[in-house]
Design a protein around this ligand. Structure first.
Ligand SMILES: [Cu+2]
Length: 68
């Protein structure tokens, strides 16, 4: 199982964190997503397509990019 880290901007409260967590955990291959508000980001466990993770966050209305 691998870990993918994302930087996420635009989340303002715990509701955003929950929405983002749900979106990430809905991506095929994701076992678990740990989303933080400050700093805005996510640690995603599983075997998911990184581009699909970014797209899922953007669909919720936030900005995301892969952390390297
Ligand atoms: Cu919010």
């Amino acid at each position: 199982m691998s870990i993918i880290e994302l930087r996420i901007t635009g989340m303002t409260c715990e509701h955003c964190v929950r929405a983002t967590t749900r979106a990430l955990e809905g991506v095929p291959g994701v076992e678990k997503a740990e989303v933080t508000l400050k700093p805005g980001g996510a640690v995603v466990h599983g075997e998911a397509d990184p581009a699909a993770l970014v797209a899922a966050v953007k669909e919720e209305g936030y900005e995301a990019e892969l952390r390297h």
